[in-house]
Design a protein around this ligand. Structure first.
Ligand code: NOJ
Ligand code: CA
Length: 712
């Protein structure tokens, strides 16, 4: 035992400076174990506390009754009642009962600012107080669990760390994580159901916390006192995803997604779990104005990432969703050389950096959803000349954006992945969209004995797969945009080439979803899914009734006419500011944009990478207004959207630089606009403003406003 620990402490001593602070308490705990656990007497009454730098949030950690618990207060009031912590293992004694707090009560402070290569803001302040609490069971083999708490002004994170003692030697198989969250049944909740076939792609449910049974995170709550709380996780690496399973009405336990062998996590000590995060804000925009998730991730591991290029793109994509073209090669194939050139020309003319092409490679004919093993990632259909198109795009200052649909057959994809990225690298591709269309729980892998197994999209296996893809891509200076992904937990900080992803209902549901995304969808997304990170929602549909066009062929009947974006056109523009993604698509067909070039101008002007972002106003499920400053132009942009209720917002423009005057280019709903009856009623106008001005924004039913501020 001593040898293992010495080795471990040596390893730890070699960690970079950032880790050194935690070393002190680790060493004391390790020493306590070596000395038979007696050197460290239990701490006073068994309760330790740590508060946020501004003092508003306090976490009290206790071992009362032999259980590890934490309690969260805000402004001196308890807002999350005592909730349990702990871990259970298949082959080792776990951490549940008979626990005592040992170690130090020292609170350390970190206050640093780091720079994002791209993001919602360039400079991120990471300011927190940390308390590391050691829990040691009074009985059984000697073992220690440290729970590290970091408390920020906008919430907190905590994670489990295990020491490599003899009692925890060998493979550790986690059968249960006992972490609980006490919200209170009376809180309002916005969530999507977990462990359902459509992965994360559900219409948000709205109701009391008491009726939430099994929810994906981030899940957002509003307590009767008005406090907003969002529960999620950060740095999900080599662990399985967590959903919130109701224990009692309004109180939840972390439910880890089990692997095909029934085990939730395979690991070894030393070990650190992902962070469990609790964002806390007095109002809804406060949830958006928090960087907790990023701050709890490790710094960039890839070194120079100047090749990761945010930008806007068009693509051969919506045409398939509205049944004008097909992915497969059957006469109206979308991904032809000729059609791709048309998109490249359009991109070059209007300043887009990329052209996504789906359906270019062998495997789409027939039932692609169920035949992932047929996808070939290096062989193009005969009517798609990838080499020529790569060169053609580059000659026009544009790059192809690649596409790898796997249909969830991970084994087939991993076998071809290196070659597939080599090909894309050779033809100048810098971004690849991946896809995992398969029912939840149906990802295919073969185990060590060659036996076929099915895994969840948020399993430890798939979490590992995503990082294998991201690392293979990084070697070729390629960035990833994953669809049907595991949820975002901020890993873009560590792997800046993992740029964006889907992981919620995007625009595609407005082509064929039954029902399509409802008018309140964006005003919920902004305060739930978007808290986890960027989303490739693919905004900018200009033909708002696509299914009313006649079918292009007898066997290509369009979807139901009710399948359409349930928004005004001005709201489509506002999405470019409201929904953050460093890769932002102009999703409609070139010919639909050509019909409304005046409105298209906003999409041409808006940036996809930001110097700063500020959520200004809003209520979950009702409306949201966000301002962002372009990283390159330093121009400010503003976007606001509402649900089905029309509303008039008065938005102070105090984010603008004081003393400067600006021309506001405004794209807004017209007086008679309504998403259903009159979606194309929009007005484009200019106005002179300063930081002292207030913008009077009248939003129609499911309407929006988009503004560009050009300094005079
Ligand atoms: C689902 C993705 O979300 C969509 O964007 C893509 O076009 C299809 N899968 C086909 O890969
Ligand atoms: Ca999807």
């Amino acid at each position: 035992m001593r040898d293992r620990e010495c080795k471990y402490l040596q390893d730890f001593a070699e960690e970079p400076a950032g880790e050194r602070e935690m070393l002190g308490s680790w060493m004391k705990l390790a020493a306590a174990l070596v000395l038979g656990l007696t050197a460290f007497g239990p701490l006073h009454a068994g309760t330790l506390e740590v508060s946020s730098p501004d003092g508003n949030i306090t976490v009290a950690v206790s071992d009362e009754g032999g259980h590890a618990t934490y309690t969260v207060s805000y402004g001196g009031e308890v807002v999350m009642e005592p909730a349990r912590l702990g871990l259970l293992f298949a082959d080792h004694h776990g951490f549940e009962d008979g626990l005592e707090i040992r170690g130090t009560a020292d609170v350390t402070t970190t206050d640093e600012t780091w720079e994002q290569p791209w993001g919602e803001r360039r400079l991120v302040r990471n300011h927190y107080n940390e308390l590391r609490v050691g829990f040691i069971p009074k009985e059984g083999p000697a073992r220690a669990m440290v729970v590290a708490f970091r408390v920020f002004d906008t919430g907190l994170g905590f994670r489990y760390e295990l020491l490599p003692t003899e009692a925890l030697a060998g493979d550790i198989r986690i059968t249960d994580e006992l972490t609980q969250f006490s919200i209170g049944g009376d809180a309002d909740a916005w969530w999507t159901p977990s462990r359902q076939f459509n992965r994360y792609e559900y219409i948000y449910r709205t109701g009391k916390a008491a009726v939430v049974d099994d929810a994906h995170t981030p899940v957002t709550f509003r307590q009767p006192n008005g406090l907003h709380i969002s529960i999620h996780e950060a740095a999900l690496v080599d662990y399985s995803g967590m959903s919130l399973l109701a224990l009692r009405p309004g109180s939840f336990e972390a439910e880890l997604r089990a692997g095909s062998d029934g085990i939730k996590v395979h690991t070894k000590a030393p070990f650190k779990s992902p962070w469990r995060t609790i964002q806390i804000a007095p109002d809804a925009p406060g949830l958006i104005n928090s960087d907790i998730i990023l701050n709890l991730n490790e710094p960039n591991k890839l070194g120079d990432v100047s090749w990761v290029e945010p930008g806007k793109y068009v693509g051969i994509w919506w045409a398939m969703h509205i049944r004008e073209r097909t992915w497969g090669n059957d006469g109206i194939h979308g991904a032809t050389t000729e059609e791709t050139k048309r998109y490249i020309d359009f991109a070059a003319e209007h300043g887009f950096s990329g052209v996504l092409v789906e359906g270019w490679n062998i495997g789409w004919d027939g039932d692609w959803f169920n035949n992932g093993e047929l996808f070939n990632f290096t062989q193009a259909y005969p009517d798609f000349d990838i080499e020529e198109l790569g060169a053609y795009a580059l000659s026009k200052g544009v790059r192809l954006i690649g596409h790898h649909e796997t249909s969830g057959n991970i084994a087939n994809y991993e076998a071809q992945m290196e070659d597939a990225f080599d090909l894309y690298e050779r033809v100048g591709v810098r971004q690849v969209k991946t896809g995992y269309v398969a029912d939840a729980g149906d990802l295919v892998r073969y185990d060590d004995d060659g036996v076929k197994q099915y895994e969840w999209h948020d399993s430890q296996f798939q979490v590992g797969h995503h990082l294998r893809v991201v690392e293979a891509a990084a070697k070729r200076k390629i960035s990833i945009n994953a669809h049907e992904p595991v949820k975002d937990t901020g890993l873009r900080r560590t792997y800046p080439n993992w740029m964006t992803r889907e992981g919620a209902r995007g625009m595609e549901f407005n082509a064929w979803g039954t029902p399509p995304n409802p008018p309140e969808h964006i005003s919920i997304l902004a305060y739930t899914r978007m808290l986890s990170g960027p989303m490739d929602f693919t905004p900018g549909i200009f033909n708002l009734r696509p299914n009313e066009k006649p079918p292009v062929r007898e066997d290509m009947q369009r979807g139901d006419a009710s399948n359409r974006p349930q928004t005004t056109l001005a709201k489509q523009l506002a999405l470019y500011v409201v929904l953050y993604s460093p890769l932002q698509m102009a999703a409609d067909l070139p010919e639909h944009y050509e019909e409304r070039m005046d409105a298209f101008q906003f999409i041409k002007d808006v940036e996809a990478d930001w110097e700063d972002s500020i959520a200004l106003q809003g209520e979950v499920g009702e409306y949201v207004a966000i301002a962002r400053q372009g990283r390159e132009s330093k121009e400010w942009f503003l976007g606001a959207v509402t649900d089905a209720t029309p509303r008039e917002l008065l938005i102070p423009l105090d984010f603008l630089e004081e003393g400067k005057s600006y021309t506001a280019q405004i794209y807004r709903d017209g007086a008679n606009a309504h998403w259903d009856t009159n979606p194309y009623d929009y007005v484009i106008e200019e106005m002179q403003v300063t930081s002292a001005s207030k913008l009077d924004a009248a939003l129609a039913s499911s309407g929006g406003i988009a503004v560009r501020f050009v300094p005079n």
